[in-house]
Design a protein around this ligand. Structure first.
Ligand code: CTP
Ligand code: MG
Length: 237
């Protein structure tokens, strides 16, 4: 039985605001997607990678990831879809019968430690069918509704019960396939795509478990995040 990792890299990176897709933006001289792919492969628990590339850039992503000498697992590249959810669904169609566990990881989290990848896969293999890394939140979170002029606070959830979730998220393949099938029907009806895969599993009424996340798996969304990642890399060198 094998573990397939779907690496989502098809986004445009609007909030980063560069003139190339975020996954191809460089960190320490290498594209973000390559950092993420190397760390997934280095975990030793991933048997194959499927990378979702931005439209028209499958050949470029193949050049970057599939030819990298540090990555010793098979890499396939497919064009992603219009939303993250659609991209994951496309990657999931590339899974093989032997892939009983599927990880979904964002290229936007390039510094994910291989130990976190192992923690997620071990939790799935120990019997949890859907596993998400999560960290305690440090800010107090308010729930709001739109109001005239300013938003109106309608609640303050108990912070100790909140988790900020990361990727890789790990799943028994059959469960993730079912979750995406149901999610695609909802997305078509409601024009609303999920921002994480565990949410689709929850919508099926199935259990999702949390394992401890890792600060280094932080997501690069803005220039400030990229700057922070550069500092982390320099510190590690
Ligand atoms: N992603 C994808 N396909 C899409 C949209 C996003 O594969 N249609 C991927 C991104 O490449 C990224 C991950 O999903 O690795 C998380 O998305 P996000 O951080 O939002 O990245 P972008 O969508 O590229 O950025 P933005 O929302 O600022 O445009
Ligand atoms: Mg996005």
């Amino acid at each position: 039985m094998t573990t397939l990792a779907i690496l989502t890299a098809a986004g445009s990176g609007t909030r980063l605001g560069r003139d190339l897709p975020k996954a191809l933006v460089e960190l320490g001289g290498l594209p973000l997607v390559l950092h993420a792919a190397r760390r997934l492969a280095a975990s030793g628990v991933v048997d194959g990678l499927v990378v979702t590339a931005p439209a028209g850039l499958a050949a470029v992503v193949t050049e970057v990831v599939a030819r990298d000498p540090h990555i010793e697992v098979p890499v396939r590249v497919v064009e992603g879809g219009a939303t993250r959810q659609a991209s994951v669904a496309t990657g999931l169609r590339m899974a093989r019968a032997a892939d009983d566990v599927v990880l979904v990881h964002d290229a936007a989290r390039p510094l994910v430690p291989p130990s976190l990848v192992r923690r997620v896969v071990e939790a799935v293999r120990s019997g949890h069918r859907a596993v998400v890394p999560g960290l305690p939140v440090t800010d107090t979170i308010k729930q709001v509704i739109p109001g005239p002029g300013a938003e109106l606070v309608v609640g303050t959830p108990d912070r100790s019960l909140l988790r900020a979730v990361q990727t890789p998220q790990g799943f028994e393949r059959g469960l993730l396939v079912r979750a995406h099938e149901a999610g695609a029907v909802r997305a078509a009806a409601e024009h609303l795509a999920a921002t994480d895969d565990a949410g689709l599993v929850e919508a099926l009424g199935e259990k999702v478990h949390i394992v401890p996340g890792d600060d280094l798996a932080f997501k690069i969304t803005t220039e400030r995040d990229l700057w922070l990642a550069e500092l982390v890399l320099q510190e590690a060198a």
